[in-house]
Design a protein around this ligand. Structure first.
Ligand code: 8X3
Length: 253
């Protein structure tokens, strides 16, 4: 459907930062297209957004499925903003014992997924005359930590995609914004990383007074996206006050 309203596509919109971003961009006046693999969740969120008086649609999508991404793009029509949020970590094993399958999966979703959706929507973003691509990388895309190599490698890939695309399309009416969050407490990130082990997941945030929330990050995304179109926020690193670096976290235990 081609809509007259500025349209924002959010990947991984079924929970966490993606869901919060969808809510905030809808409240900022965008028609938001929520995508994720879990159709029931994004449909419920689209209904919630509509009930709040805003505009949203839900389209089930696996960003690693290129044919599905192409079909989604072909049916979409208008696209002014793309938020590449789908991604995540699996495992925290050291290099000596990390599972190559986990590394491959992380590269596939964080890098190839972002590549797939960005490539497919770039023509529509350019045609909008004022497009914005947001790549959610991570502080993991900027420095490493023990047990993080697989995820850090993948997020470095996402960062490089954003940086390179910005160089390549300069002169075209599309901004490329990288948002790199540090410690964010969402319902799924750490639980997924530790394969459902709630105790290990809880340790990530143990004693940290106030990790960032999904809303805190959505707020930075919405701020960056709603700057005047000649203003390109290249990179925004956002951490909780208690986190000075990936390995320096203040915990009150
Ligand atoms: C999440 C930040 O520190 O878990 O992207 O790698 S971290």
């Amino acid at each position: 459907m081609i809509t007259a309203t500025r349209t924002a596509v959010v990947t991984g919109a079924s929970s966490g930062i993606g869901a919060a971003t969808a809510r905030q961009l809808a409240a900022a006046g965008y028609h938001v297209v929520l995508t994720a693999r879990r159709k029931d969740r994004i449909e419920a969120l689209a209904a919630e957004i509509a009930e709040a008086g805003h505009s949203a649609a839900a389209e089930a999508l696996d960003v690693t499925d290129r044919a599905a991404v192409d079909a989604f793009a072909a049916a979409l029509g208008r696209c002014d903003v793309l938020v590449n949020n789908a991604g995540g970590a699996i495992g925290a094993e050291p290099v000596a014992t990390g599972d190559p399958a986990d590394w491959r999966t992380m590269y596939e979703v964080n890098v190839i997924g972002t590549l797939n959706v960005t490539q497919a929507l770039l023509p529509a973003l350019t045609a909008s005359g004022d497009g914005t691509v947001v790549v959610l990388s991570s502080t993991a895309g900027h420095s490493t930590y023990e047990g993080g190599a697989g995820y850090v490698a993948a997020k470095n890939g996402a960062r490089v995609l954003a940086e390179t695309l910005r160089l390549e399309i300069v002169g075209q009416p599309v901004r490329v914004i990288e948002i790199a969050p540090g410690m964010v407490k969402t319902e799924e990130f750490a639980t997924t990383r530790f394969r459902g082990d709630a105790e290990k997941a809880a340790k990530v945030y143990a004693g940290v007074a106030e990790p960032l929330s999904a809303d805190d990050v959505a707020d930075t995304i919405t701020w960056a996206v709603t700057r005047p179109s000649h203003v390109n926020i290249d990179l925004l690193v956002v951490r909780p006050r208690a986190q000075a670096s990936n390995t320096k976290v203040h915990r009150e235990l």
